[in-house]
Design a protein around this ligand. Structure first.
Ligand code: CP
Length: 307
């Protein structure tokens, strides 16, 4: 499977073999990170990390990944400091940056915006989150985390809880796990349920799923994937105020859950997982965030033809 020159914009077009290959390279990158600390694999490469929306994990783990592989990075961390503020289009921004680097990582608020960037340039583009669309590198690091936490990817019951409408991570995860015979429990208030187009695709793939607004149903899963209610995506702030505390996972609730249930969250959290849960051995969300570096090292090496 050759990833050289490929864009990573969505998880919909990744095959099972693609994903298994990415998992294999990610394992190697974890070894590089832990044993060698730095590598010269990409020492002749430069990567633009362009973030036109806030981020802690995705931007910093990409920058860490770039530097651990010996490449250099240029970055936009604050949209106010880029010429998009003067009205420059995404395509023009991308064509300009193409002349400076070998790969672009882009986060921006428009669903489908990463594709606009990819269509404008000939170098690989990695989507670091496009509005309420997709977040493919998050889903891939989620799979890597699931594999480490549960020892497998196949035949797992996965509950996704919270804001499934605007939460791009659960959109990407629904597609990324699809080749591994999963069962999905979508747990959300009615207003924030998983979009119909994703349900249509899940049905076409014959993946069993259920919808609920009761977190007790979600506790029956092997993986409990909590998400934040995405305040920044609401047009009406009063609607957010009504929904913001919909689900709060406590130790008491975890005790009622399936034995060994792995608790995941793409982070940042607001209040949907009580801090008292953090000490539980099955609270995997900070390990999940750390896995992001290895996964992003793998993707960078793969799309630049060095894996
Ligand atoms: N999970 C995630 O995308 O986190 P950031 O918004 O901090 O990058």
């Amino acid at each position: 499977m050759n990833f050289e020159g490929r864009d990573i914009l969505t998880t919909e077009n990744l095959s099972k073999n693609d994903i298994l290959e990415i998992m294999k390279v990610t394992e190697k990158m974890e070894d590089v990170f832990k044993k060698e600390h730095f590598s010269t694999l990409l020492s002749d490469k430069m990567v633009a990390v362009v973030f036109l929306e806030p981020s802690t994990r995705t931007r910093l783990s990409f920058e860490t990944a770039v530097q651990r592989l010996g490449a250099k990075t240029i970055t936009i961390a604050d949209p106010k400091s880029s010429s998009t503020q003067k009205g420059e289009s995404l395509a023009d921004t991308a064509k300009t940056i193409e002349g400076y680097v070998d790969c672009i990582v882009i986060r921006q608020p428009l669903k489908g915006g990463a594709k606009i960037v990819a269509d404008a340039v000939d170098i690989p583009v990695i989507n670091g989150g496009d509005g309420a669309g997709q977040h493919p590198t998050q889903a891939l690091l989620d799979l890597y985390t699931i594999k480490k936490e549960k020892g497998k990817l196949d035949n797992l019951k996965v509950a996704m809880v919270g804001d499934l409408k605007f939460g791009r991570t659960v959109h990407s995860l629904s597609y990324a796990l699809a080749p591994f015979n999963p069962e999905y429990i979508y747990c959300a208030p009615d207003q924030l349920q998983i979009p119909h187009n994703i349900i249509d695709d899940i049905k076409k793939l014959s993946i069993p799923y259920s919808k609920t607004s009761d977190i007790n149903d979600a506790l029956k899963a092997d993986i409990l994937y909590m998400t934040r209610i995405q305040k920044e995506r609401f047009e009406d702030p009063t609607e957010y105020e009504k929904l913001k505390g919909s689900f709060i996972l406590t130790r008491e609730l975890v005790k009622k859950g399936k034995e060994g249930i792995a608790i995941m969250h793409p982070l940042p959290r607001v209040n949907e997982i009580a801090v008292e849960v953090d000490d539980l051995p099955n609270a995997a969300y900070f390990r999940q965030a750390h896995n992001g570096v290895y996964l992003r090292m793998a993707l960078l090496a793969m799309v630049m033809g060095r894996a």
